[in-house]
Design a protein around this ligand. Structure first.
Ligand SMILES: Cc1cc2nc3c(=O)[nH]c(=O)nc-3n(C[C@H](O)[C@H](O)[C@H](O)COP(=O)(O)OP(=O)(O)OC[C@H]3O[C@@H](n4cnc5c(N)ncnc54)[C@H](O)[C@@H]3O)c2cc1C
Length: 473
């Protein structure tokens, strides 16, 4: 549970009175079912009811809430869609959960410049549906139905990061409400700028601890002329991992390369009705571009896969078949959950330089065998990023076994020059690894930034930064 010093009930009452007086009475809810849905994200066991939930609809609303919370020292936890998996949205005691999911407007689309500005509560699926007729799309695609503000705050990525990058590469600017209620704009619409500190990057991945993002200027991309998707199955996990590594090392501009091991593939065949495939280790590929470029990528990829014992490619020729494949990949977490109904699934997330991925996965398999747990493996292997979905019984002992395995996996990734999270972020679940990964000096700079930008420590306290000399958490 959260380590933040609890704010008093009376301070919360005073803040709520100020929020209501600011014209937001209709936005405040203390209904038990609403408090419950805002008490946790996905996967982690941590849960704590907020004192109230405020459903904001504009930057002004957010500023009103933050002014009241700053004045009364009440913690505020931004809540997008609540799909984060490391306890990010679990509030401390007597906190306000600030729900941005109603902020779904598209402020502008600049098709000629390939950018748009949206409110932070819009989901990436809704954005893509609404700009479909422009011929443009936004490529960052985490598996959950996440909001673009939440994706900024967790520096999210997904299956297309190998080609298009993560949120870090696809956000041009932000509107942010600071802890005091002051509103600032960072970045802009230009593709590059050499002026001042890069505050946009500072907020990307800040997990609601430095400010609340209310608008996002996004890069858009042209829909490729040709898209082609294929599946290749392998006799061993090593063969598949070597294939992915060689594709990247050869510089093939593949748009997606995703790994599902045999346990995950069996689960996905059952859950997503992926008929016609074997429960074997599988790579899902997508190629994009002009017809000649796609043909070239396919030929080079197929040659690498065959040289690593891959079976013949199974092609997804129609748009419907491609959608079915990628939906199955995005639903992998739910497929793993369905392996043992009633069980919990802890999703680890770590990343290493691509040349060390084979070594990492070989070691992780030894750890899994020693743990006696059932653990499907999958990952955005083109980036060196992979997940172990640790299936456990929903008991204290089950969680302890999962955390023990998680720690071993992360230790291996860090020893190989990796990071304890490629995309899910820190929240509370990864706090213990930050000092090993970054070192005390770097953490001291992060704490100094946090103190400057949130001197009363009201913004998602207890997340992202382990407590230390300059920051108590
Ligand atoms: C099935 C499944 C698959 C997933 N796959 C991926 C994946 O492939 N890649 C990936 O990166 N992640 C993945 N995730 C994790 C999750 O979807 C991402 O972390 C996502 O970016 C969270 O967005 P959200 O809107 O749900 O944010 P929330 O969970 O609501 O919030 C996440 C964090 O951001 C903060 N926050 C939210 N909105 C704002 C805002 N407007 N301003 C400031 N702070 C804010 C919150 O306080 C919290 O700290 C997956 C999760 C699930 C359940």
């Amino acid at each position: 549970m959260n380590e933040c010093a609890p704010s008093s009930a009376s301070r919360l009452s005073a803040a709520l009175a100020a929020i209501r007086a600011g014209g937001l009475s209709a936005q405040v809810s203390t209904a038990p079912s609403v408090l419950e849905t805002h008490s946790h994200g996905e996967a982690m066991e941590a849960a704590c009811l907020p004192g109230a939930v405020v459903f904001v609809e504009s930057t002004d609303h957010v500023a009103t809430v933050l002014r009241a919370c700053h004045a009364n020292r009440v913690p505020v936890v931004a809540f997008g869609a609540g799909t984060s998996v490391e306890g990010h949205v679990t509030p401390p005691d007597h906190a306000i959960s600030l729900d941005l999911s109603a902020m779904t407007a598209i402020v502008e689309v600049n098709a000629e410049d390939l950018d748009c500005r949206v409110q932070a509560g819009l989901t990436r699926q809704a954005l893509n549906a609404r700009i479909r007729d422009t011929g443009l799309f936004f490529p960052v695609d985490p598996g959950g139905e996440a909001t673009l503000g939440g994706m900024c705050a967790t520096r999210a990525s997904g299956t297309a990061a190998v080609r298009y990058g993560t949120m870090k590469e696809n956000v041009l600017g932000l509107t942010v409400v600071l802890a005091t209620g002051e509103v600032i704009r960072t970045g802009g619409r230009v593709r590059k700028s050499a002026t001042g500190y890069d505050l946009t990057s500072l907020f990307i991945g800040s997990e609601g601890t430095l400010g609340i993002i209310t608008e996002v200027q996004l890069r858009l991309h042209g829909r490729p002329e040709c898209l082609s998707a294929a599946i290749c199955q392998f006799p061993t996990l090593d063969d598949a991992v070597r294939t992915a590594m060689e594709i990247i090392q050869c510089g093939i501009p593949i748009s997606r390369v995703e790994l599902l091991d045999s346990v995950q593939m069996a689960a996905s065949i059952r859950y997503s009705g992926l008929t016609g495939y074997e429960p074997l280790t599988t790579l899902f590929f997508e190629f994009a571009g002009g017809p000649a470029a796609v043909q070239e990528q396919v030929a080079a990829t197929e040659a690498i896969a065959l040289s690593n014992n891959g079976q013949a490619f199974a092609w997804a020729d129609t748009a419907e078949e491609r959608t079915r494949l990628w939906k199955a990949r995005h639903d992998a977490f739910w497929a793993a959950k369905a392996i043992e109904p009633g069980a919990r699934v802890i999703s680890t997330d770590c990343i290493v330089p691509i040349s060390r991925l084979g070594e990492l996965i070989a070691g992780v398999r030894q750890d899994i065998a020693a743990s006696g747990l059932r653990v499907p493996l999958l990952g955005h292997v083109g980036d060196g990023n992979f997940h172990a979905l640790i299936i456990i019984e929903n008991t204290r002992q089950g969680y302890d076994r999962a955390w023990d395995l998680d720690r071993r996996i992360v230790a291996r990734a860090l020893a190989l020059g990796g990071s304890c999270s490629g995309e899910h972020g820190v929240g509370m679940g990864k706090l213990e690894f930050l000092e090993t990964e970054h070192g005390e000096g770097t953490l001291a700079v992060m704490r100094a930034l946090k103190n400057t930008m949130d001197p009363r420590n009201i913004l998602n306290p207890g997340k992202l930064l382990p407590p230390g000399r300059l920051y108590q958490g």
